[in-house]
Design a protein around this ligand. Sequence first.
Ligand SMILES: *Cc1c(COP(=O)(O)O)cnc(C)c1O
Length: 358
Amino acid sequence: MHRKTVAVVDLDAIRENYALASALAPQSKNIAVIKSNAYGHGIVRVAEALQEIAPAFAVANINEALELRSAGISRPVLVLDGANDIQEYEEAAANNLQLVVHTVEQVSQLLKSRLSGDLPLWLKVDSGMHRLGLMPDDLKSTHDRLRNGGFNVAVLCTHLACADSVASGATKQQLDRFKACVSGLDLPLSISNSAGILAWPESHADWNRPGYMLYGISPMTTEVDTAAGLRAAMTLRSEIVAIREVPAGESVGYGATWTATEPSVIGTVAIGYADGYPRHAPSGTPTLVNGQIAPLVGTVSMCMTSIDLTGHQDVAIGNSVELWGQGVCVSEVARCSETIAYELLTRVAACVPRSYTP
Ligand SMILES: *Cc1c(COP(=O)(O)O)cnc(C)c1O
């Protein structure tokens, strides 16, 4: 069956973006973050595309890690949220996973289990984001408990809350706190996410954790030179299924939220919020038809969206419409919709087939 709505994923772009992350931080190893179905791009295909160049992968939970193992991915896999019960610790050890440990409760569970050395642990410190991580004052004692219990603390890590803003003072404060509490432990460190890699060289450490930038978008709130080489990996596209002339004064779509001010040519596109296109995208949000901008008009429906084709030459039913990709940056669609592109990418619905190049 011909599918009108497709997310085309350029695996070569993902490999190039990974190479850029490596080039920006030549002293660091980069663990490729492919949680949430590789930010919507398809976790197994992305892992397969990167396994020759990425020494390890990071996912959010054990289920994602097991999906990689079932698909035959043999690289080390780090579970960022860690495990929650004995069964998950055992599954992690049996599948050669690595776990983030971020609470003293997790440490107590681990010490009660019969596991030890062969389960590499990343001990996480809360340096100021206040989401996950041990309090800095608890780090040394927790580390000692694990070491005395025979566990292998492989890396000390933390996560940056505001690295996407070059103007924020929070990053320096987090770096100072982290560096103060890890001093004396002499273990590999991990701090940077994509924004850290792009904008905060002082956050580059033994292991960086690029996610978002692998998919070709800059997380920075302002433009930075280091992001210039990124190439968007996903093109979300659909097709025009109807075209009509709408006289001035007539409205389009649910709630009649857009009214033609001149005789207009309106195309109906086979994509809506059920596919993951944001319902909050307002009139004026760009789409691209035959290389020319066609602004969205009216309210996005469940399976359809209307666009303004007035002034377009030779446009026809069946023509392809790019909702985002190389021509329309997903960050721009996100900005119009008052969200971030992380959300748009991860919300492309499972019903939208992914197709891969090359
Ligand atoms: C998601 C995540 C990353 C990757 O962040 P990006 O902004 O996508 O690069 C890194 N570290 C942790 C702990 C994460 O949860």
